[in-house]
Design a protein around this ligand. Structure first.
Ligand SMILES: [Zn+2]
Length: 117
């Protein structure tokens, strides 16, 4: 029996998920909802659990993408592109038009990102 499994026999017809005792309890008991699919209630069915976890992960990732740290990473990536562009000025004086187009596109990326902020 794994940690988190409730002790005692399963009640037939009820969800077979083990849930944590309410309040300060440390024991687990069988879910009190009726089983509706594969022996689980709607909330504890593995598909529903996975869907909730996925949604939570997506919320977390979206929040993380908007975090100051990730914005700084994005700024640094664009900074690195600009450094490359500036180095190419030194190495390829001839292609000024292409260089200006490249730098402009990098700066426009900045503008798009700022609009989203
Ligand atoms: Zn349940």
């Amino acid at each position: 029996m794994a940690y988190g499994d409730h002790t005692g026999p399963l009640r037939a017809g009820y969800c077979k998920a083990s849930v944590h005792e309410r309040g300060m309890g440390v024991r687990f008991y069988q879910c009190e909802r009726k089983a509706v699919k594969d022996g689980y209630c709607k909330q504890h069915h593995p598909d529903a659990v996975a869907a909730r976890r996925k949604a939570a992960d997506e919320r977390y990732e979206a929040k993380w993408a908007q975090s100051p740290v990730m914005k700084l990473v994005a700024v640094r990536e664009r900074h690195a592109k600009l450094v490359i562009a500036l180095e190419s000025i030194r190495e390829e004086h001839a292609d000024m038009a292409g260089l200006v187009a490249y730098v402009t596109s990098v700066l426009n990326d900045d503008k798009v990102s700022d609009d989203h902020a």
